[in-house]
Design a protein around this ligand. Structure first.
Ligand SMILES: O=C([O-])CC(=O)C(=O)O
Length: 164
């Protein structure tokens, strides 16, 4: 298991960033939990919309991330986990900066030890379907905030900021 990441010197603090840039950035009010071993993370947005089916999350995180953050709109469902430790490990191996899930994960303890940013609403040991239903790289709206593929998102324990 990887050791949790040290906070890099260039890690962005979202409160400072908001003070600098204000309403150029949208802030997500919904209270996501910080569950990964990399508490501060940022990068270009990639997206998935799915509901209790994580096949697209798994296949996307198995492709090169190039420092991107995958924003998954799971419809806010806490009924099944959209990512566990194996998918999260694959995200690390493929160079993703992090994953934001409007839904649940599982394997919290293992994920907390990975060098990956993870924000999610909570956890559930129940696995998701694997049929592949959903859409990749579409606009997703979380808590009234739009995430467009390609814009930059910044996350830390205070919250989530995204370019409008
Ligand atoms: O396969 C799944 O549904 C998620 C999982 O448990 C893992 O990533 O380890």
């Amino acid at each position: 298991m990887n050791a949790p990441a040290q906070r890099p010197a260039d890690a962005v603090n979202t409160a400072d960033l908001y003070d600098e840039r204000g309403d150029e950035l949208a802030s997500v009010s919904l209270q996501f939990q910080s569950l990964g071993g990399r508490p501060h993370f940022s990068g270009p947005v990639r997206t998935i919309r799915c509901f209790q089916d994580n096949a697209l999350v798994k296949s996307t995180l198995a492709t090169p991330g190039n420092g991107a953050v995958l924003v998954v709109d799971g419809g806010g469902s806490l009924g099944t986990a959209l990512m566990g430790d194996m998918i999260a490990e694959s995200a690390v191996a493929n160079g993703w900066a992090g994953v934001v899930i409007n839904g649940a994960i599982r394997d919290r303890e293992a994920i907390a030890a990975l060098d990956l940013g993870v924000k999610a609403l909570g956890s559930n040991p129940r696995k998701s379907a694997k049929a592949g239903a959903g859409e990749v790289d579409v606009y997703v709206v979380l808590d009234g905030v739009t995430f467009r593929p390609g814009v930059t998102v910044w996350c830390d324990p205070d919250g989530i900021l995204v370019e409008r």
